[in-house]
Ligand binder design. Structure first.
Ligand code: NAD
Length: 292
């Protein structure tokens, strides 16, 4: 089996793949590859598939498959797999990190100390205890976030039209009902035609003044222009975002210069532990594939 490792994985992965055949990271050898391992950087488009005549299997280490043209893969008989269960804890821990850091101005506090300032009076903090966290999408990551937020004493509501019941989250029957109550809003849906741009001027207008929004799902769930406007007006008190329209974002993205934005470079899944778990799932998938 010839396996192209097209994106960044744990350094132990090539060694773990040795028993399946030849694993290489030279992208110019795409034409030889029967299996391609990707994360979010490689885009498996129709054109990409034309350059991969031997390809039979694409494994996306992670959850979102929006960088894979699944219809084109199906037409070409290329199977597409992902490792959805591996990343939930890693992303959930980043969500809590962002929720705690955004309003506690941890980055400002750190930077001001380095500049020789002592902003003890200016840097007033805010507690999570007693606040309402609204989840949009209550799947694997939403659930892990809910469990952790519960430990902080938050009330957790959620909107997920595909769920009837959840043990930890009070499900509401409309997005509007979640938006109206949330002190913190965290996005956990896939990017689909239904969810693209779902956080926009109109939906933001239905939120509480001073809401704090965390986006670790996909950049395109949020209208950047509308969000930047709401941050400038103070309607949204803070946005913490790990995800962007593109990786890296266009230098002209209004979020890069809007006030009260806490930014990370798509590192939700980038824990050491998660990269090892992704490797475990890839080995499992390939073992099953070999037996076919
Ligand atoms: P999941 O499939 O387990 O959960 C998604 C949930 O969204 C499902 O329960 C689904 O019913 C719900 N949903 C679908 N359409 C909806 C809608 N219109 N409104 C409300 N809910 C809707 O997925 P997951 O593993 O929890 O991942 C969630 C998101 O996190 C995905 O977008 C994924 O790409 C992203 N993600 C980001 C990172 C990162 O590095 N930041 C890492 C992993 C996953």
């Amino acid at each position: 089996m010839k396996i192209l490792i097209s994106d960044a994985f744990d350094p132990s992965l090539p060694g773990r793949l040795a028993s399946f055949g030849e694993a290489f990271d030279d992208k110019s050898r795409l034409a030889e590859a029967e299996v391609v391992l990707i994360r979010s950087k490689t885009k498996v488009t129709r054109e990409y598939l034309q350059d991969a005549p031997n390809l039979k299997l694409v494994i996306r280490g992670g959850v979102g498959l929006d960088n894979v043209d699944r219809a084109a893969c199906k037409e070409k008989g290329v199977e597409v797999r992902n490792t959805p269960q591996a990343s939930s804890v890693a992303v959930a821990e980043l969500v809590l990190t962002l929720m705690l850091s955004a309003v506690n101005r941890v980055v400002d506090a750190h930077n001001s100390m380095g500049e020789g300032k002592w902003l003890k009076k200016e840097l007033k903090r805010t507690e999570l205890m007693g606040k309402t966290l609204g989840l949009v999408g209550v799947g694997r990551i939403g659930t892990e976030v809910a469990l952790r937020a519960k430990a902080f004493g938050m009330k957790i509501t959620g909107y997920d039209p595909y769920l009837q019941h959840h043990d930890t989250v009070e499900l509401r029957d409309s997005l509007g009902a979640v938006l109206a109550d949330a002190d913190y809003l965290s996005l956990h849906t896939p990017l689909t035609d239904e969810t693209a741009g779902m956080i926009n001027r109109e939906t933001i207008s239905r939120m509480k003044n001073g809401v704090i929004i965390v986006n670790t799902a996909r950049g395109k769930l949020v209208s950047e222009e509308d969000m930047a406007g709401a941050l400038k007006e103070g309607k949204v008190r803070a946005l913490a975002t790990d995800v962007w329209y593109s990786d890296p974002p266009d230098p002209g993205s209004p979020l890069l210069t809007a006030p009260n934005v806490l930014m990370t470079p798509h590192i939700g899944a980038s824990t050491k532990e998660n990269l090892l778990r992704i490797g475990d799932v890839i080995v499992e998938i390939l073992s099953g594939w070999e037996k076919k």
